[in-house]
Design a protein around this ligand. Structure first.
Ligand code: SAM
Length: 391
């Protein structure tokens, strides 16, 4: 059952949070010369046309990348992300939005490797096609990548992750971003991370998740805190009070295992800005919490505007955070909802453009040029896919 298509949601506030954090994680990885492997277990189509029938159906980008597009007072850490998006749209009109594979392609370096998994046959085909266009564009510019730099696989990202760990370079950034339309995705994320940490404890693992009323979602972050990673960081962005009918995604989070030490202060700088620009009503807020594994027991706690005191005696959680909310372990966040009524994932007419192939201008943006032939985009012709609950 594969009903989810990310084209309906491209550029929404959840994408902004996810991709801005993703850019920052790449920039951190780029600080060392040694190559790393980026693994995207749920890649989607790679690039999205915001004027496509899917994207305009609910125009979710209007409450995501849209309001940021014209901002001239961006906090510095948002600049590389916005430069990347603007670089895809050299005409100045907001037409294309990057998916996580394209973000990785642009911000990682020539020596880094991208391993991209996508289960939906159409999106996998579009992903491969988009990467062919990126490659053609680079060739026009006189750039070439190594043949093995990007490998796209039509397959199950959860099942494939373990086999890639540890990576040859012993450095990895993993993004796990499933649809959550089926409850099992929550369990599969947790299990995949547990296995991955067993094989490669020092990787950076980033998980996007929807903040919903449904039980699996409410318990999700607390479960991830119990994983055997040394440290974790959890950031959520809520853009509005949930509607009474529970329609639409109002809040989402990024949970990062082994986060760079630079991430939390950077989030404290950027999240208030995102709340101000993307917030729709008084329910808009952000939360940041982080913790350290000490013995393995769990104690997650999240306090709005509280001092940064570690809590818990086994796993230590430091509540940092947003705009006045207190949540004890097991309590739901104000503003979470049940079944946020993801817009109809109607079939039909996926239309994905060519990326225009520009690089981000911001600090640390991919410097190197390629040599030699470039990545293959294998399979795009088979397979199923699944849906979910992202709103
Ligand atoms: N990460 C993408 C981005 O940020 O641009 C968006 C990914 S989208 C939210 C989730 C994707 O996962 C969908 O394209 C869906 O077809 C795919 N998918 C669902 N189950 C999967 C699985 N088990 N393995 C790989 N891909 C899967």
């Amino acid at each position: 059952m594969l009903s989810y298509r990310h084209a309906f949601h491209a550029g929404n506030h959840a994408d902004v949070l996810k991709h801005f954090v993703q850019v920052q994680l790449h920039l951190y990885m780029n600080q060392k010369d040694a190559a790393y492997t980026y693994i995207d277990t749920h890649s989607g189509a790679g690039v999205y046309a915001l004027d496509s029938a899917q994207a305009t159906k609910n125009a979710e980008f209007d409450t995501g990348i849209g309001p940021l597009w014209t901002c001239t007072d961006l906090p510095a850490p948002l600049v590389p992300y916005m430069d990347l998006v603007k670089g895809m749209n050299p005409s100045g009109k907001m037409r294309y939005y990057p998916g996580s594979p394209y973000v990785a392609e642009q911000v990682s370096r020539e020596q880094d490797r991208l391993r991209l998994f996508e289960l939906h046959p159409s999106d996998c085909r579009i992903l491969a096609e988009n990467f062919r266009k990126v490659e053609a564009h680079k060739a026009e510019q006189g750039e070439r990548s190594r043949g093995s730099r990007v490998i796209i696989e039509h397959g199950d990202g959860f099942n494939s992750l373990k086999a890639l760990l540890p990576p040859p370079s012993r450095r990895a950034l993993v993004l796990i971003d499933p649809p959550y339309e089926i409850k099992d995705d929550y369990r599969r994320v947790r299990d995949a991370l547990d296995e991955a940490l067993g094989k490669f404890p020092s990787g950076i693992y980033a998980v996007w998740y929807p903040v919903l009323q449904r039980m699996e979602s409410r318990q999700f972050a607390d479960r991830l805190k119990r994983l055997p990673a040394k440290e974790w960081l959890n950031v959520t962005l809520t853009t509005r009070t949930p509607t009474p009918d529970g329609h639409g995604l109002h809040s989402s989070g990024m949970f990062i295992l082994n986060p760079p030490y630079t991430l939390e202060p950077m989030l404290r700088e950027v999240m208030p800005y995102l709340v101000r620009v993307l917030g729709k009503d008084a329910g808009a807020r952000f939360t940041i919490e982080k913790g350290t594994q000490v013995t393995g027991a769990a104690a997650g706690r999240l306090v709005g505007d509280a001092p940064r005191a570690p809590v818990g005696n086994a796993r230590r959680a430091s509540p940092l955070s947003g705009k006045g909310s207190l949540r004890l372990p097991g309590q739901s966040m104000p503003g979470r909802e049940e079944n946020p009524g993801r817009p109809a994932r109607a079939a039909g007419g996926e239309r994905t453009p060519a990326a225009e192939g520009r690089r981000p201008q911001g600090a640390g943006a991919r410097p190197a040029k390629g040599d030699g032939p470039r990545a293959a985009a294998p399979g795009a012709r088979k397979g199923p896919r699944s849906g979910g609950g992202r709103g």
